[in-house]
Write a protein that binds this ligand. Structure first.
Ligand code: ADP
Length: 399
């Protein structure tokens, strides 16, 4: 089957056409600046050059039309016509407590996603626009939605409740939801597969370290805790996000700087993390490592603080699971940044990880970093959220 995977943001649309039989990516691309000046598309067929062009995209429906044009184009396309697309799999950020797994789209599901928009006002409405645009252009083609929050719905109450008056959970559903669930699920499954074991027999800590970053505790196949919360702002220090901090900082800073709460939260989301800590040097970890190597003390401190926080979470989740068998690093930084992995390594050696510094230099591939016989196996497992969405879509169609 040919599955079109769509990840729709407020002004962007990422896509991949995946052959689910071979799991090969046939073509992929990105539409940017949808609805604003300078909209453009970058499209690439497997084995071909990336072609980038300016293209008028006043809305997401126009973007989906253009994606179909590219996919069916005689030169850069990979299919003869729209009818070759068997199904579409959409990434949706927030499924609240309503969705603990992927589902096929119908009117009820759309209403359910709408109802969760309150919890993810920047993401869910954009995801819905993507679904509606595809429905308009591809009527009759089955659509599935895969939620970032779903995998973490197995967390116990003690892990997802905040220490707030219970009535706020009842009234507003304020609780920890967690994100990157598709990745935590995919990576923990794959880690077990690589080790030739059943995930149900393992306690796995997954460190998804990208621009956004989160850690999860996957005990015997189920997520039992994760570092992101009601929103993706909680937990680790990230590229531009603060992660955990004393909530009293919000009113304190608002008063000092003459801001309102929303403006302070905006700073916590966009100007903080390693970008803020490094004095604005960069949110990109490649730049930060280079800056630190060139003597930039703030960049060095930002990386130290980042690694320290990851190390603390690994310790906490080892406690949450009463032990750990596997630690898996994934996403842009986790897969590629050997320097950052080495910094994190300083805080987990006591577990018996025995990381081999030579193996740790490898980038972007599946690799076991620990020496043979290590008590806790540390490994790199590249994530593939698009493939996970395509697999889920096929699973739902075949049910
Ligand atoms: P997201 O999907 O959350 O936007 P990614 O998972 O792509 O983010 O991660 C982006 C981060 O990964 C950047 O900080 C970048 O520096 C880092 N990264 C990506 N590729 C490499 C590489 N080859 N070497 C070192 N770091 C890398």
């Amino acid at each position: 089957m040919k599955i079109l995977v769509i990840n729709c943001g407020s002004s962007s649309l990422k896509y991949q056409l995946i052959d689910s039989d071979t799991e090969a990516v046939l073509a992929k691309g990105l539409c940017e600046r949808i609805g604003i000046d300078g909209s453009n598309i970058a499209h690439q067929r497997a084995g071909g050059e990336k072609v980038k062009e300016m293209a008028d995209m006043p809305d997401h429906t126009a973007a989906v039309k253009l994606v179909i044009e590219k996919l069916t184009d005689p030169e850069v396309g990979v299919i003869g016509s729209l009818s070759e697309i068997d199904a579409v799999g959409h990434r949706v950020v927030h499924g609240g407590e309503s969705f603990s797994g992927s589902v096929l789209v119908d009117d009820e599901v759309i209403k359910g996603i709408e109802a969760c928009s309150d919890l993810a006002p920047l993401h869910n409405p954009a995801n819905l626009i993507g679904i509606r645009s595809c429905q308009e252009i591809m009527p009759g083609v089955p659509m599935a939605v895969v939620f970032d929050t779903a995998f973490h719905q197995t967390m116990p109450e003690k892990a997802y409740l905040y220490g707030l008056p219970y009535e706020y959970y009842q009234k507003y559903k304020i609780r920890r939801y967690g994100f990157h669930g598709t990745s935590h699920d995919f990576v923990s499954k794959r880690a077990a597969e690589i080790l030739g074991k059943d995930r149900k027999d393992l306690r796995i800590i997954v460190c998804h370290l990208g621009n956004g970053a989160s850690v999860s505790a996957v005990a015997y196949g189920k997520s039992v805790d994760t570092s992101m919360g009601l929103t993706p702002l909680e937990g680790l220090i990230m590229g531009t996000r603060s992660g955990d901090m004393d909530p009293a900082i919000v009113s304190f800073l608002a008063q000092k700087e003459g801001l309102d709460a929303a403006q302070v939260i905006d700073i916590c989301n966009k100007k903080s993390g390693v970008l803020g800590l490094s004095g604005g040097a960069s949110s990109d970890f490649r730049d930060l490592v280079e800056a630190a190597q060139n003597g930039n003390e703030l960049a060095k401190n930002a990386l130290e603080a980042y690694a320290y926080r990851v190390g603390k979470y690994i310790g906490a989740y080892t406690a949450a699971m009463n032990g750990v068998d596997v630690i898996a690093f994934t996403a842009g930084v986790g897969e590629n940044n050997a320097e950052v992995r080495a910094l994190i390594g300083q805080y987990i050696g006591y577990l018996g990880t025995n990381i081999d510094p030579e193996k740790n230099k490898l980038r972007g591939e599946e690799v076991i970093l620990s020496d043979e016989g290590a008590k806790v196996v540390t490994m790199v497992v590249p994530t593939n959220e698009e493939l996970a969405i395509a697999r889920e879509t096929v699973r739902l169609l075949n049910r």
